[in-house]
Design a protein around this ligand. Structure first.
Ligand code: NI
Length: 647
């Protein structure tokens, strides 16, 4: 559906049910019309993003259904003519622009429209055409250009400074359906000015023969499909167990709202669990807020590759429409994502968010071996997910909610590794050769999830919990004793922490003012999974720009302006923004409204088995209640009907 900003619209918009409901198509168009009426925007502006300007937390927490509230849009505007970036807050309710700010010296994310424009611009360049002809490529229709972000480097040529750039990399297909990533045009980099939409220069570093072996994974190429898979069907004859109203969800004892932004994709709001007749809050807001992929290869086309996929592109705009191919089994409920393209036309991703229930094995079990009484319960989880295609890679972002109060976040990494080429007879120094002369460079995927915690109320504290052995001696005569040592992380700098699996380290977020039945402060523990630190040198550009990657845990006092750990505008940013900057003040994070930032790092040394398409790799973390409840909250899950497990 494409609706232009000046299409007929009613002046009275249907009112949203809740202040956190995402903007509707009508509201987006109304906001843009109000902005255009108030500002002389000209015809060279791009609307980089239009999202709900979230109301103050206090307003949301005090919200009573049925009461009136104001609807506002937050708009990022890029003027391609001047290169200036603006932020606007538009009151849709009052049909006015509440603020209009020029944000100097920033580059907003590269928008999806710019991908297509950039590719067309490069392919039309005579200098580029000459460079690919030098490599024996004559059919420009088969050439593909990926608009990699340019980053910021001290030795960038002076002509690049202040420009909105892409450092585009190129591939070529053997035929229109061939996998382009099998054929990198290595040694060739095209610097594109995205404001002027012009090639700044073609950097032809070396003519490296394009690897010729085809690597295809689609059914038209894989002829010998295995034939011994019997049907496995998930049926829910009475439907799913969740209820949905707008973007509010109830499932089992869980309640939450969801949203979707171009930058973050799926956002969770006001997640709570019903316990003894009341809904107990856990999160106010949670989302993936950055993701950086540093490459560890000195090859000239690879050495400046560092993608900040959230801040430089936006994983929401790159979300898949699951209408086109279902990724889940069972009774699925889909939410659409409504956004706008940079021309202010509605850009709707049908079925962007998938929600369904999954059987998850055993929830709990005990056999009383004296009486032969067996009690077992099946575990079920609610799954909320979306999948983004960022150029060559797919990322699935999954939240899981379990009946026992556990929350899990998982990223599924799949798709296509980015590739490079070596000269015949050479071996890649910092990557794995996949087919003759084709290799995938070593890299890491660093994710950061921001969780605005609200454990039984807004004021929370964080403890680091290490398990420690008691020294052998009078208090531990058999040398067997160990205990959980909790250390309060009282300030922002004290709360910059790393994992320590040898101490079974976890972090516990508690509400010090609320105790459970046995007198423990109620809490949730953040349990790290796979993790690592970056291997880039501290002075490397990506480390300056992604300082958040140097710590696994950060805790900050809530500030509605602190949303993205590498800053609001990481694209081409010199570095230092975001968490490293904010936490210099070393504010207290004790018994106050806090935000937890967890960074987790998947190190990818490519395998031949990751080619031609990568089997899913998983990484994430868990949040488990720790003395939040008085007892196992899932003791009341009924047994499954006998026919569901026996034949
Ligand atoms: Ni990878």
């Amino acid at each position: 559906m494409a609706v232009t900003y000046d299409s007929p619209r009613s002046t009275a918009l249907p009112s949203a049910l809740h202040p956190l409901e995402p903007l509707t198509a009508e509201e987006i168009l109304a906001a843009l019309a109000i902005l255009r009426a108030s500002q002389p925007l000209g015809d060279r502006v791009r609307f980089i993003s239009i999202t709900l300007h979230e109301p103050p937390k206090s307003l949301v927490l005090d919200f009573e259904p049925g009461t009136a509230f104001e609807r506002e849009a937050f708009v990022i505007v890029l003027d391609n003519g001047t290169g200036n970036t603006y932020e606007a807050i538009v009151s849709i309710t009052h049909q006015s622009v509440k603020s209009w700010r020029h944000i100097p010296d920033v580059q907003p994310p590269i928008a999806l429209d710019e991908f297509f424009d950039c590719e067309a611009t490069v392919k039309a360049s005579p200098e580029f055409q000459a460079a690919v002809r030098k490599r024996g490529i004559t059919d420009m229709d088969l050439v593909c250009v990926d608009p990699w972000s340019a980053g910021w480097y001290a030795d960038d040529p002076q002509e690049d400074r202040g420009r909105r750039l892409s450092r585009a990399l190129c591939w070529v297909r053997s035929n229109p359906t061939d996998n382009l990533y099998a054929h990198p045009i290595d040694g060739l980099i095209v610097i594109v000015d995205l404001n002027a939409m012009q090639v700044v220069r073609v950097e032809d570093h070396a003519v490296i023969p394009v690897p010729s072996e085809m690597s295809n994974y689609t059914t038209e190429y894989v002829k010998d499909l295995r034939s011994d898979l019997k049907p496995l069907e998930i049926t829910q004859p009475q439907g799913a167990s969740f209820q949905v109203q707008g973007h509010a969800i109830r499932w089992q004892k869980w309640q939450m709202r969801i949203g979707f932004t171009p930058r973050e994709g799926l956002v969770l709001y006001q997640v709570g669990y019903e316990d003894q007749g009341r809904v107990r809050p856990i999160f106010y807001r949670a989302s993936l807020v950055e993701m950086t992929v540093p490459y560890g290869d000195t090859n000239i086309t690879q050495a400046r590759k560092n993608a900040f996929d959230v801040g430089e592109y936006g994983v929401g705009t790159l979300a898949n429409s699951l209408k086109l191919g279902c990724d889940c089994l069972g009774e699925i409920y889909y939410f659409d994502a409504v956004m706008a393209n940079t021309r202010g036309e509605i850009f709707e991703i049908k079925n962007a968010i998938c929600m369904h229930e999954e059987d998850y094995g055993i929830l709990w079990k005990h056999t009383d071996w004296r009486t032969d009484q067996v009690e077992v319960r099946r575990s079920r989880r609610l799954v909320l997910s979306f999948i983004a295609t960022v150029g060559n890679y797919e990322y699935g972002f999954f939240w899981y909610f379990y009946q026992d109060g556990t929350i899990q976040y998982e990223v599924k990494l799949t798709g296509m590794m980015t590739t490079a080429a070596v000269m015949p007879g050479e071996k890649p120094a910092y990557g794995t050769e996949l087919t003759p002369q084709l290799y995938a460079p070593n890299h890491q995927h660093v994710f950061c999830v921001r969780m605005d915690m609200m454990i039984d109320g807004v004021n929370n504290s964080v403890y680091e919990v290490d398990t420690e052995a008691v020294p052998l001696g009078a208090t531990n005569p058999y040398g067997n004793a160990f205990y959980a040592k909790s250390t309060l992380l009282a300030t922002e700098q004290e709360a910059q922490r790393l994992i320590d699996p040898f101490k079974a380290r976890y972090w516990k977020i508690v509400n010090p003012s609320v105790q459970n039945r046995m007198g423990y402060p109620v809490g949730y523990k953040l349990m790290p999974g796979e993790n690592a630190l970056p291997f880039a040198h501290p002075e490397a550009s990506v480390m300056q720009r992604g300082g958040y990657m140097t710590k696994h845990l950060w805790v900050t006092p809530y500030d509605e302006t602190e949303r993205f750990p590498a800053g609001d505008y990481p694209n081409q940013h010199v570095g230092g923004a975001g968490l490293p900057q904010w936490t210099q003040a070393n504010d207290s994070v004790e018994n106050t409204d806090i935000v937890i930032w967890y960074t987790f790092n998947h190190t990818h040394i490519p395998r031949c088995e990751d080619w031609p398409v990568m089997p899913v790799s998983y990484i994430g973390f868990m949040l488990k209640p720790v003395n939040f409840f008085d007892l196992n909250p899932a003791n009341d899950v009924p047994p499954a009907p006998p026919k569901s497990c026996c034949h």
